[in-house]
Design a binder for this molecule. Structure first.
Ligand code: CP
Length: 314
């Protein structure tokens, strides 16, 4: 039993995809598909969270996750409080725990939390009162569960629900990536046929994260025949010095170009969680090209986050 499930197996918080039952994962993706029109603002605002206040509590920067949670909560009828750490009393030393408890005392019921430390969101969830739900919007290198869900939704839309037929390649800085960990948990739960992982040895974890994956350093060889290419951002803010020689060298060995992409299956699709380091992990031509699903991932993010908020708070 993971701390995010209650004694009846219902989702109380969303902290990680590690151990999340396949049924729950599929229910969230199915629901996101059903409400995609509402997520994109094509139908009137829903009322499921009328009278509920949700707070985006981010201690690290974000564009996609924070904005899409904000939009998702609004499109469910919730009131949204954007907590700005840079102008808050955390600058005077107030802890994240006290911040959460004070906002709870104002009637906030849902917290979307991003934090630089591994395990910080789970630690806060353990302090939360009855009826309060937390969503991990990214903690350190550990987990980014809604990114994992939206990536699975995007792959499913493009390739169908049978993941056992798919060869999936993940490329780049796996070591520092919470997205990679959440994606790997979800891909295993959904029974992906082959999971290949490729990157410089210095950016691949040796802690069991890659168990069951085909691991290699030769990007051209690993690309052969894959159906899905999942590019990762170089997490320079979490990296010690010297892990890569230079950005130019990295691009030469691991940058996705049109010529390289031709090695993958003809109808292969390309994902990147953003923000993109253009010209480093991926060229403009590929990022903005016909095989790129990067903006589809972003749109799906609103629907997935609506489905998560609805399940936790609705
Ligand atoms: N993919 C993602 O988490 O992007 P942000 O850091 O902009 O939220």
């Amino acid at each position: 039993m993971t701390p995010q499930l209650d004694s009846d197996g219902r989702l109380r918080h969303l902290l990680t995809l590690d151990g999340l039952p396949r049924e729950t994962l599929c229910r969230l993706i199915d629901r996101a598909g059903q409400i995609r029109d509402a997520a994109l603002g094509r139908t009137p605002r829903r009322q499921a969270l009328d009278g509920t206040t949700v707070c985006t509590l981010f201690f690290e920067p974000s564009t996609r996750t924070r904005s899409s949670f904000h939009i998702a909560a609004q499109r469910l009828g919730a009131d949204v409080l954007n907590f700005d750490a840079s102008t808050s009393s955390t600058r005077k030393g107030e802890t994240a725990r006290d911040t959460l408890r004070n906002l709870e005392a104002m009637g906030v019921r849902g917290f979307i939390v991003r934090h630089a430390e591994d395990g910080a969101v789970a630690a806060l969830a353990a302090e939360a009162g009855e009826g309060t739900a937390l969503v991990n919007a990214g903690d350190g290198r550990s987990a980014h569960p809604t990114q994992g869900l939206l990536d699975m939704m995007t792959i499913r839309q493009a390739k169908g629900a049978d993941f056992s037929r798919l060869k999936i390649l993940m490329v780049g800085d796996v070591k520092h990536s919470r997205v990679a960990r959440s994606d790997l948990h979800a891909l295993r739960t959904l029974g992906a046929g082959v999971i290949r992982v490729c990157g410089p040895q210095s950016l691949l974890p040796d802690d069991g994260t890659l168990s069951g994956c085909e691991v290699g350093q030769d990007f051209d060889a690993m690309l052969e025949g894959v159906d899905v290419v999942m590019m990762l951002r170089l997490q320079r803010e979490r990296m010690e010095e010297g892990l890569i020689a230079s950005l130019e060298d990295y691009h030469r060995a691991y940058g996705l170009t049109t010529a390289r992409l031709a090695r993958a299956a003809k109808d292969a699709v390309v994902l990147h969680p953003g923000p993109i380091n253009r010209g480093v992990e991926i060229t403009d031509e590929v990022a903005d090209g016909p095989q790129s699903l990067v903006l589809r991932q972003v749109s799906n993010g609103v629907a997935i986050r609506m489905a998560v908020l609805e399940m936790l708070l609705g």
